[in-house]
Write a protein that binds this ligand. Structure first.
Ligand code: AMP
Length: 618
């Protein structure tokens, strides 16, 4: 029976438990829902306040946690106890971030460079998952307070380039915050949804999502067809955003007044104050031509023309990223149907204009750029709640997934470009009598030999009861869940023994690597086909030798001397052929051995059958 609840905030009936959409951002986070009455996505906010919750966490001396604006206010005065940008640490080791470690004004532990990072506050240690969970808890509480109903389910967005480890970390953070994370969605996909893209199944579009936030820049090229969002390429700069715009204004003012930049390092409070003024100037100049203010009696002024010249280098950097992303996707600006603007910094008119010029078309900027990702997440949540049955949001696998079979061949279970979630299984068997274990090597790639592909994982199915070769039935199944995490299971069906492994590719492929792998598969297609044919011939020859030997051993008594000699000679010829690396010779020798063994094999089988019919065992 469906649960029926009343939403106290709206007074309306809620048939199902609410699922919220959450944008867990580097600088700001927010939560959105589909309004039960208007059916429109809305960002949740308390009266007279912003929907944005700064992704900042403060710990006081007793370890008590505050999140958001209150924590942000303590950034300058208590840098060691105030954590920002935790998202940059998700799923990362110290090694991954060491080049940027000076960016963090709090203590990031450098103990074992390959394990996941931790942050130290006072005498306590926190993982990025725990830190993110504090932000998610705050958002959950905020939603519960506004909606006056428990909130236990969420869709959370992540950057398109997040790898499995980072997605899993985000999911874990949700769990820790008491949220059942129904889906992890790519931020550009969510932003596109907020513009209604992908909601019409018949629609085919190529979309560029330009996301310039406070501290990061991402450009993603997506294609939607049949309701499937495919990420064609991503590019960006994880240290480029609105903060850099503020910094160029600060520098300009310092130059104007002859103050050295060192002043910022020496006087943190002055640095923070002048940065806040710069941000105010930037925001003011989005709608006005001249900003005039003062700080400690000094005049701070800047006009729009100067501002627009100062931001040019930053815009140019983003355009270089856009060009690379297009190149990686094999597209030009002409192929882009829609440009979507995301992130607070896209409010700067010169940025909008430059991006529109670059793509040669107007940009979509009608949805609040800070809220657009969360609003899209709410739309996805609504689809998952079953309220919009027409849309099925799927991602696809960029490369084929398979296992290693005899002779190092790649046996593909889930082909490249398959929809996610996906499931596939295939049966395998042993090739040695009494074989009790089977190694399952999981690979990703388009080449025919596993050695040319990328190994994702390996495990052993052990404890297969002793059986003749070919009798055990080992079912290997691949399950890719909606977040793109692969679970591989192997089960021997006769005995029921099974083993499984979750494949979390730590070192996810970059677009360049992906491209190389695809190109390689094309360049090497001819030789791959030849190698596969040779390996298959080798496998077939080897197996035939084994079965013939077994058969002859068991049935020597029923074979004539001539048959035994001819068989031994043909086996020897095949053995020799196996060393020659020529599939045609192997095939010829396989055929020759078959020719010799077929007549007696049939004769012996016939005798066995007629004896069996008479009720005697052979
Ligand atoms: P986000 O990370 O998407 O929340 O973006 C935050 C960034 O957007 C900050 O650098 C803000 O200063 C910037 N921002 C917000 N509003 C405006 C505006 N009206 N004009 C220019 N930048 C803005």
């Amino acid at each position: 029976m469906a649960k029926i609840a009343i939403n106290l905030a709206t007074g309306s009936l809620q048939k199902e438990e609410i699922i919220v959409g959450i944008d867990l951002g580097t600088t700001n986070s927010l939560v959105a829902i589909i309004h039960p009455d208007t059916r429109k996505p809305i960002a949740l906010k308390e009266h007279n306040s912003s929907s944005l919750v700064p992704s900042i966490i403060h710990f006081n001396a007793y370890g008590n946690v505050t999140v958001g604006e209150q924590a942000k206010a303590l950034l300058i005065t208590e840098p060691q106890n105030t954590i920002f940008s935790a998202k940059r640490l998700m799923g990362k080791s110290f090694n991954d971030i060491k080049d940027n470690s000076s960016f963090f004004s709090y203590k990031v532990i450098d103990d074992n460079t390959s394990s996941l990072v931790k942050v130290q506050v006072g005498n306590k240690f926190y993982s990025p998952v725990e830190l993110s969970s504090f932000i998610l808890k705050e958002l959950k509480q905020r939603a519960e307070h506004i909606l006056k109903t428990p909130v236990n389910k969420a869709v959370i967005t992540v950057p398109a380039y997040f790898n499995d480890a980072q997605r899993q970390a985000t999911r874990d953070a949700g769990k820790l915050a008491g949220l059942d994370v129904l889906r992890i969605v790519n931020e550009p996909t969510a932003a596109s949804l907020a513009y209604g893209l992908g909601l019409n199944k018949a629609e085919e579009k190529t979309i560029a999502v330009y996301d310039l936030g406070g501290g990061t820049f991402d450009i993603s090229i997506l294609r939607i067809s049949n309701g499937i969002f495919e990420v064609l390429s991503t590019n960006g700069d994880t240290y480029l955003g609105g903060d850099d715009i503020d910094n160029v204004i600060v520098k300009y003012w310092l130059q104007q007044s002859g103050v050295k930049e060192e002043a910022l390092k020496l006087n943190k409070e002055f640095a923070q104050a002048i940065r806040l003024k710069a941000e105010a100037a930037k925001i003011y100049l989005s709608t006005n031509n001249l900003f005039n203010d003062s700080l400690n009696g000094d005049v701070l002024t800047i006009n729009k023309q100067v501002f627009e010249i100062l931001v040019q280098p930053l815009i140019a950097k983003t355009i270089i990223c856009c060009t690379s992303a297009l190149k990686d996707a094999g597209l030009t600006t002409k192929n882009i149907d829609v440009v979507v603007m995301v992130g607070g910094s896209t409010r700067v008119p010169i940025i909008k204009k430059s991006i529109s010029n670059f793509f040669g078309k107007p940009v979509n900027d009608s949805v609040h750029p800070d809220e657009v990702v969360a609003l899209g997440a709410a739309i996805q949540a609504d689809i998952l709640a079953g309220n919009n049955k027409d849309v099925l949001l799927l991602d696809i696998t960029p490369l084929s997934l398979g296992i290693e079979t005899m002779g190092g061949l790649m046996d593909v279970l889930i082909a490249r470009n398959s929809k996610i979630p996906n499931k596939a299984s295939r049966q395998y068997t042993t090739h040695k009598d009494g074989q009790s274990g089977m190694k399952i090597g999981v690979y990703q790639g388009e080449r025919d030999m596993v050695k040319d592909n990328r190994k994702l994982a390996e495990f052993n199915l052990t404890g297969i009861p002793g059986m003749p070769a070919g009798l055990p039935k080992v079912e290997v199944s691949f399950l890719i869940n909606a977040d793109g995490i692969l679970v591989v299971k192997a089960k021997e069906l006769r005995s029921g023994i099974e083993q499984s492994i979750e494949v979390k590719a730590q070192q996810n492929l970059t677009d360049a690597e992906l491209e190389t792998m695809l190109l390689d598969s094309i360049t090497h297609a001819k030789e791959d086909i030849a190698t596969r044919a040779l390996v298959e011939a080798n496998n077939e020859g080897g197996q035939l030798l084994e079965t013939t030997e077994n058969f002859v051993q068991k049935n020597t008594a029923h074979l004539s001397q001539e048959e035994l000699i001819a068989t031994a000679a043909a086996m020897q010829a095949l053995q020799l052929a196996l060393t020659l690396n020529d599939k045609d010779i192997i095939h010829a020798k396989v055929e020759a051995l078959n020719e010799i063994s077929r007549p007696y094999a049939e004769r012996i089988m016939d005798t066995a059958i007629s004896l069996a019919m008479k009720g005697k065992a052979v």
